[in-house]
Design a protein around this ligand. Sequence first.
Ligand SMILES: Nc1nc2c(ncn2[C@@H]2O[C@H](COP(=O)(O)OP(=O)(O)OP(=O)(O)O)[C@@H](O)[C@H]2O)c(=O)[nH]1
Ligand SMILES: [Mg+2]
Length: 444
Amino acid sequence: MINDTIVALATPNMKSAISIIRLSGKDSINIVNNFTNIDLFRVKANTINYGFIIDENKVKLDEVLISVFHNPHSFTGEDVVEVNTHGGINITRKILNLFLSNGAIMAQPGEFSQRAYLNNRIDLIEVEAIADIIDAKSDKASALAMLGLSKKTTSLIDSLKEDLVQIIAQVEAKIDYPEYDDIEDISNNEFKDYLINFKNKIEYIISNSKSGKLIKNGIKIAIVGQPNVGKSSLLNAFLSEDKAIVTDIAGTTRDIVEADYSLNGIDITFLDTAGIRYSDDIVEKMGIKKSYQAIEKADLILLLLDSTKFNIDSFEKELIDSKKDNLIIVLNKSDLSCNLDIDGIKISALNNDIEDLKNEIIKRMDLDINIDNEALFLSNERHLALLNQVKNNINDAINSLNLNMSNDIIIEDLEIAYNNLQELLGNNNADLLDELFSRFCLGK
Ligand SMILES: Nc1nc2c(ncn2[C@@H]2O[C@H](COP(=O)(O)OP(=O)(O)OP(=O)(O)O)[C@@H](O)[C@H]2O)c(=O)[nH]1
Ligand SMILES: [Mg+2]
């Protein structure tokens, strides 16, 4: 199997309070044991032990804490040693080099997790959950990743596989032992009901996954409109700080002002844009071009209108028509007189009166997501693609059933569906594994 002992920094390569150097592999205890006063072959597993790292010349390099984890009870399933050193860049590198020149080799990014997977300590869903936890930028994104780590996603897939096996077994029994009366025979209609039920479950998960993706990736909201309608004021009202420059001069914002915000635990990136109008000014024109690009890349557009005006512009009309599914019309300056006869959310950015708009965003983007409920979210594109394939496989089976095709053909569709579910948990597709593990940082 895997013979090498790998080593890497498990903490960032920068000055910090402590650094952790992690080794995994059959020589890891031996390698570190040669350079410490602690007898690592005798210490209790999973405990942390005080001592020193001492080099070949008997020079004490650092005062450290060392933990030993015996296979298979470690993250990788191999013998693992973790050395907590002081977090100086030089001393950490020195100790790392000591292990590298005495039997350990440098780990590739993700190699610790890869070994955990290859040693059956974790399945692919957990591998991805670890990457997601590291990447998570909001509370909900972390909670979502934890679902993957707590095996909830794995047990969901397992239960779907079990359902499918039950269905396949019943049909197989019908084909193989038609003469046995005691095998419960299922009618085509019953069979179809099973399949439809199963498909509904898959569709439910797919629809929930929309929320999962939102939680994981966050959303981009572009604030657009004519100059001086209060776009930058609105951005500042959300953030409760003077992030963007606000003046009563039309054309103040020339570039995109980007800011992070959290609404209901969901990560939001606001894009405050240059006011859209006809302009001869080269710089302003470039800014307006960027405003249109922001419109295209946004998940949601807040079209800000000045409610004291009497009518709207043609570009605003076009935007409302072409983007109606992901656009909210916002009537700003509602503290003044409202002359615009158009439906929208009334706010006053100047007075921080924006609660109604926050609620509308939550409603429109379905941000009221409760992670604690039993609904499962698959936020990962790979999972979703496979689940969609499963859905198609089941549809094929239902169609074959409707056409009175033979049970063998139907079973074939169901077996493909089963394999797709299996692939969610991991197969031996080497490209996929390389791609997945390379997303990790060194030492993970
Ligand atoms: N009365 C009132 N004035 C507002 C409100 N929001 C913004 N303003 C004023 O409108 C003017 C323009 O505000 P900005 O936030 O700079 O407008 P903008 O849309 O970013 O403008 P550009 O960057 O030029 O496109 C400023 O004088 C603000 O104080 C509001 O809700 N009520
Ligand atoms: Mg502005």
